[in-house]
Unconditional design. Structure first.
Length: 302
C-alpha cells in the first residue's frame, strides 16, 4: 500500500489540473508559474550547496553535496514537457540523487518551448555535456545522464545526439518516466487514466505541440520510442505503476534491449509520475533514489 506521504504529489498534481481546467486559455507564463511549485513536495536534502554557472552558454546549476567526489557528475535534465519546470523547481530532487550517489550534479536549465522548440532542448543538453568534457575536464566514464519526464527523454536523446556528433558517450543513463512526446499510443494512457493525477492525452498533446513545432514527432532525437539504442551505455529506467506513461517506459526498455543495450527497469506500484520528487518526504521516493545511487556508483567507479 502506498504511503500517506505519497498523497502529497497527488494533491499537487490535482491542484494543477484543477487550475488548468478552470483556465483553459492559461498563458505559458502562468503555466510555468504553476509548475514552479513542483519542488514544494521535495524535502530539502541538506548539506548540498548550489551554484549557478554558465555551461558553454547554457544556464545551469551545480548541486554539490558535502564530501562528494568532484570528478564524477550527474548531468541532469528537468521535466515539464519541455515547456515548464526549471533547474530551480528540480534542484532539491537532483540534490537528493547527487547526495545519495556521492557526486556533483549539473542541472541544465535548457531553453524551453515554444521559444526553443525541437531540436533546441537536446542541443542545449549536448552543449552542456561538451562543456563538462572540455572545460571541466570530466571524463565521459565518470558522467551519468539522468532526468525526469521530458528530462528523462533528454537523458536518452542527448546521448543519441552526442553519438551523432562523434562525442565519447557517458557511462550510463538513468531516465525517470521518460516521455514520448506527441505519441499517446501507449496502452496505459487508457488503463491508468483514472489513476494518473497529472498526465493525460490532453496534457501530453498540449505540451508536445509546443515542443515539436513543425518537426517530425517521430524524430529519434525528439521521441525516445524511435531512438537508435545501438552502442548505448547501460540504462536504468524508473517509472510509477499508476502512470499514463508506464507503457512508454516499457517500450523504450524493450527497444533498447533489442539493440543490445544493458537495461534495467523498475516499476514502483501505485506511484505517480515523477514520484521521486517526494525525496526526503515519502519512503517510496527515498527507496527510488537509493536504488539509483546503488546502480550508478559502480558504473562510475565509486
Amino acid at each position: 500500500m502506498a504511503s500517506i506521504q505519497s498523497d502529497d504529489i497527488i494533491a499537487l498534481y490535482k491542484g494543477w489540473v484543477s487550475e488548468m481546467t478552470k483556465n483553459p486559455g492559461m498563458s505559458v507564463e502562468d503555466l510555468r508559474r504553476l509548475f514552479d511549485h513542483w519542488g514544494d513536495v521535495t524535502h530539502e536534502p541538506g548539506e548540498v550547496d548550489y551554484l549557478e554557472v554558465d555551461a558553454g552558454g547554457i544556464p545551469a546549476m551545480w548541486a554539490n553535496p558535502k564530501g562528494a567526489a568532484q570528478d564524477r557528475v550527474l548531468l541532469c535534465a528537468h521535466g515539464g514537457g519541455y515547456v515548464v519546470g526549471s533547474m530551480y523547481s528540480h534542484r532539491k530532487m537532483f540534490g537528493h540523487i547527487a547526495k545519495a550517489t556521492g557526486v556533483r550534479a549539473l542541472i541544465v536549465n535548457y531553453k524551453r518551448s515554444p521559444e526553443n522548440p525541437h531540436p533546441g532542448p537536446v542541443n542545449d543538453m549536448v552543449t552542456a555535456y561538451q562543456w563538462l568534457l572540455k572545460s571541466e575536464k570530466v571524463k565521459p566514464e565518470h558522467i551519468v545522464f539522468t532526468g525526469d519526464s521530458a528530462g528523462g527523454a533528454l537523458a536518452l536523446t542527448a546521448i543519441a545526439a552526442a553519438k551523432e556528433k562523434g562525442l565519447p558517450l557517458p557511462v550510463a543513463s538513468m531516465p525517470m518516466s521518460p516521455w514520448a512526446g506527441m505519441d499517446t499510443s501507449g496502452t496505459t494512457y487508457d488503463t491508468n487514466k483514472d489513476k494518473d493525477a497529472l498526465v493525460s492525452r490532453e496534457t501530453t498533446t498540449a505540451l508536445a505541440s509546443l515542443f515539436i513545432g513543425e518537426c517530425d514527432p517521430k524524430h529519434p532525437l525528439a521521441n525516445p520510442l524511435y531512438t537508435d539504442y545501438s552502442g548505448f551505455p547501460p540504462i536504468y529506467i524508473q517509472v510509477g505503476g499508476d502512470e499514463s506513461l508506464l507503457d512508454d517506459s516499457r517500450r523504450i526498455a524493450d527497444s533498447a534491449k533489442a539493440a543490445g543495450c544493458e537495461v534495467r527497469i523498475d516499476i514502483f506500484p501505485e506511484m505517480q509520475h515523477v514520484f521521486q520528487a517526494l525525496a526526503g518526504n515519502a519512503p517510496e521516493a527515498d527507496d527510488a533514489v537509493q536504488r539509483m545511487a546503488e546502480w550508478a556508483r559502480p558504473k562510475i567507479g565509486l
